[in-house]
Design a binder for this molecule. Structure first.
Ligand code: ADP
Ligand code: 5GP
Length: 188
């Protein structure tokens, strides 16, 4: 019997507030056989975020235990909280031939790309920094201090966009999602 083709790993990064979660949601609606890697985080849930769907919301002690027991593919600190990718589901999906998306930051992307160089990396950018600030404010989930930190971080991250395989502008959610679907189709 022929060996099953492994699934592909897509890493999507973007400065917080760009609209990455919104675009990924659109991708998942369009391609139901695409899997989303649910990260673990110590950040508190935002309104509407469901434990086990958006993130696994855990405390610092639990996060440190995941690191100690080597259960994370990568992890990073982002504006005062830990975020990490559970290793087992990623390896299982790839092994079963399913494509999987990782929504992780620039530091996490570097770690995964080192371990899995075949990963396809996509960086989503906002149309402008002014629009990014407007989106962060419209989401209304961060304190002024956290929002300023996220904006500062955004400027550093935008400087890394050329280290990614593809850069997509999120002007319209539909257009950005369509562009990413085309990138995915190109890997077939
Ligand atoms: P991220 O996951 O990158 O932090 P979100 O998906 O939470 O960002 O989006 C941040 C805010 O911007 C949300 O209020 C969302 O509705 C809005 N948004 C996302 N994409 C667009 C877009 N193309 N045009 C206008 N607003 C957008
Ligand atoms: P947010 O708090 O806005 O949901 O996420 C903040 C940042 O953390 C975003 O850039 C997001 O992509 C990133 N992030 C989410 N999950 C992970 C993860 O598992 N690992 C890493 N390295 N970054 C993550």
């Amino acid at each position: 019997m022929k060996d099953k083709k492994p699934g592909r790993l897509f890493i999507i990064s973007a400065p917080s507030g760009t609209g990455k979660s919104t675009v990924i949601q659109k991708l998942m609606e369009t391609r139901p056989n695409l899997y989303f890697s649910v990260s673990a985080t110590t950040r508190p849930p935002r309104p509407g975020e469901k434990d086990g769907l958006s993130y696994r919301f855990i405390n610092h002690e639990q996060f440190e235990e995941l690191i100690r027991s080597d259960e994370l593919l990568e992890h990073a600190e982002y504006v005062g909280n830990y975020y990490g990718t559970p290793k087992a589901p990623v390896l299982e999906h790839i092994g079963s031939g399913n494509d999987i998306i990782l929504d992780i930051d620039v530091q996490g992307c570097k770690q995964v790309k080192k371990a899995m160089p075949e990963a396809v990396t996509i960086f989503i950018v906002p149309p402008s920094l002014e629009e990014l600030e407007r989106r962060l404010r419209s989401r209304g989930t961060d304190s002024e201090e956290k929002m300023q930190k996220r904006l500062e971080r955004a400027i550093t991250e935008l400087g890394e966009k050329d280290t990614y395989d593809y850069v997509v502008v999120n002007d319209s959610v539909e257009k950005a999602a369509q562009e990413i679907l085309e990138i995915m189709a190109r890997q077939d």
